[in-house]
Design a protein around this ligand. Structure first.
Ligand SMILES: NC(=O)NC(NC(N)=O)C(=O)[O-]
Length: 324
């Protein structure tokens, strides 16, 4: 995976993405395209419609044309790379694919979408392979259309990019400045052995340990940490540190520090100030802390002692201006 592939997947079902239309899904359902996690396969598992695949699979075309599927992004934004993964589709993958994108209001139905721009030109595909394509177009998009030529199966499509929220739903309001959907993102992290640190910024609650951030057991006497670039410069009034599902591996304690990167570099250790002093944590608990500081900040560093991880980090506050 490239560095672009580490950006959040804007299309992920658990981030609110939806496969809103497809030309065909006779063999396997279109919804699988954006399912979290890698595609699974059990050979010789035949149902009434053929081998069961964890992916989107169309019938063998007997007339001209090609198949397509339209995905509404859960989090609109600037797309930086697309992964088209043909995992397990070995004799029935599409030999070519392309991707288009457009921007539309949430109220548009799939057949009302217009202004499609080609962001991945038609490219050859291999079977059982994750193909990553870099995207150069820097517009904000809300939908993507995967075209396959002429037909076949695709296990997963990942749409990695930078979230660009609608400022009307942030400015002047109390919001979670650390939410992925508001444009926050993890920019540095000590350890992502078991799961992505961006999971702590994901929408909703973590249903299990894997939906949070979990680090490896640390043996060097140090502690694990991550740095979040907030939705924009703002002030934080409430911090929520959620250890849900971490029963025997929750950190013993945690601390938050902040910095205003408009005035100092992240590397300037003296510019970081305390937001939440080191505080004891309980396993499997949503801890909420009312903060009294009103210093503007753009980034927050979470330190956990010594290791473990966190299910969610919420930082309720307000932006000073528009999102970054
Ligand atoms: N063995 C198969 O996978 N065959 C076919 N696909 C399914 N799902 O059975 C096909 O024709 O593409």
């Amino acid at each position: 995976m490239t560095n672009l592939g580490r950006l959040p997947d804007l299309a992920l079902r658990s981030y609110g993405g939806s496969v809103v239309a497809a030309s065909d899904e006779s063999f396997a359902e279109k919804e699988a395209l954006i399912r979290p996690g890698p595609a699974e396969f059990r050979p010789h598992t035949f149902g009434a419609k053929g081998q069961v695949y964890d992916g989107w699979e169309t019938r063998r075309r007997r007339e001209p044309g090609h198949d397509w599927a339209v995905v509404r992004l859960g989090m609109p934004g600037v797309i930086r790379s697309i992964v088209i993964d043909t995992a397990w589709f070995k004799g029935n993958y599409p030999p070519f694919a392309s991707v288009e994108a457009c921007a539309a209001d949430a109220g548009r139905s799939p057949d009302e979408l217009t202004g499609w721009a080609e962001i991945v030109p038609r490219a050859p595909l291999k079977g059982d392979t994750a193909h990553e394509f870099e995207v150069a177009d820097r517009h904000r998009f809300t939908h993507v259309r995967l075209n396959i030529f002429p037909d076949g199966g695709v296990a997963r499509m990942r749409v990695h990019g930078e979230v660009v929220p609608d400022p009307r739903f942030l400015s002047g309001l109390t919001v979670d400045l650390a939410a992925l959907e508001n444009g926050a993102v993890v920019v540095a992290c000590s350890d992502e052995f078991y799961s992505s640190p961006n999971n702590v910024l994901a929408p909703g609650q973590a249903r299990n340990q894997a939906e949070g951030w979990e680090t490896a057991r640390r043996r060097d006497g140090g502690n694990d940490w991550l740095i979040v670039a907030l939705a924009g410069a703002g002030t934080v009034a409430v911090a929520e540190l959620d250890t849900s599902n971490l029963l025997f591996n929750a950190p013993g304690s945690a601390a938050l520090t902040g910095i205003d990167a408009r005035a100092a570099a992240l590397e300037d250790e003296d510019a970081w100030f305390t937001v939440l002093p080191r505080t004891r944590l309980q396993p499997d608990t949503r801890h909420r802390f009312r903060l009294d500081g009103d210093r503007p900040l753009t980034h927050v560093r979470l330190d956990i002692f010594p290791d473990g991880g966190l299910a969610r980090l919420r930082l309720l506050g307000s932006l000073l201006g528009d999102p970054l």
